[in-house]
Design a protein around this ligand. Sequence first.
Ligand code: HEM
Length: 403
Amino acid sequence: MPDLDIMSPDAIADPQGYFANLRATRPVHWDPRYRSWLITSHRHVIAALRDERFSSNRIEPYITKKLSGPDADPLVRQAFEVLSGWMVFKEEPAHHRLRMLCSLAFTPASIAALRTRVEVLCDSLIDAASARPAFDLLRTIANPLTSTVIAEMLGVPVEDRPRFERWTLDVQPLVSTGLDDPNRYEGIARGMDSLVRYFAGQIERYRAEPADNLISALVRANADQDRLSDAELMATCTLLLFGGQETTANLIANSVLALLRHPEQRALLCGGQVDIKTALEEFMRYEGPGKTVIRVAREDFEFGGQRLRAGQRVFLMLSVANRDPEAFEEPERLKLDRGAVRHVGFGLGSHFCLGAPLARLEAGAAIPRIVERFPNLRLATEALQWLPFISTRGLREMNVVAG
Ligand code: HEM
């Protein structure tokens, strides 16, 4: 096996190409450099996502191992304690309870009701961008769209947005990178502390005076007298904040990039031969923003012909699985009318992305509007830089010329 490095420039630029051989020859592979299993085939990724021996709880062991000593920075510990309350890191039955209570507030109907607002926001961001000959699609349209939508949903007042966004940006690397490096946590922890204090105030405010927003609905959510505690409310607000912003913005940018590189597919979408709902699933498969999800082996067990040991880390490489020729015909081709795409870009099983309807709504509004409003849109440069993150497939910036 050649010397693989998941963080090498080649792997970051083209993970699907870089791991194609590994997927075909050793779909369950021990990576000694990062001391982690890499699972790359569609079949094995699906099996692992459905298998409870792959635990989602990787935060609590980290807190116990690295952040429990007297030298541990209390703010770093606090940041990890917030994360440890995220349902995405919970096991059953705690996970089911949290997800169910959260689903009472974050309902498909409450998301569908946002459609008009999301469309108006897209149009006004595109109007503002169209005043310039060239712009960064991420900074000008995709990021402001997804951050405004979630801030409005949570009920963050307009005057608080600039500082709220600053703290969010400070904390984002904690969520995106996926590799443990305690040294980089200090700045992030201060951002999380500001967010925690801010949300504590908002939770108190909306508990006293409920309004038409997600925090009020989460505070009210109640099943058989069971409610979310303050710590759980805090965890859920921060998860919804971080779960959906960067990911959905990257889906928009990655999809527009795919269309710029495949003009015949762009023509199909603009000409109405394929609807955006169908196209979105192919965008998720082809260049979805969720690159990897992480699990920890709960016990010693056999999987894919390999012996996993309790406590070992596992990377489920969604984007590599989404180009598996055993699961998809001509996987390297973007085919917007592919239909019934069994991609794993939103995960699968009990932790399947709770925000998928919101992501589909936002990207489904933004992508067709962008390509229709800018018929001559092109990249300002072919030299694109992909983020050096394990979990996220996204560009650092996407400079385009309106044409
Ligand atoms: C294109 C955009 C998105 C992608 C690619 C994405 C991807 C994912 C993936 C892969 C998972 C499963 C994680 C795992 O199994 O460990 C997940 C879970 C989750 N996502 Fe998303 N997500 C997106 C948008 C959103 C949005 C907009 C929200 C909400 C605002 C959101 C909230 C969540 C939540 C709460 C979970 C945890 C579900 C659970 O543990 O039961 N996501 N997402």
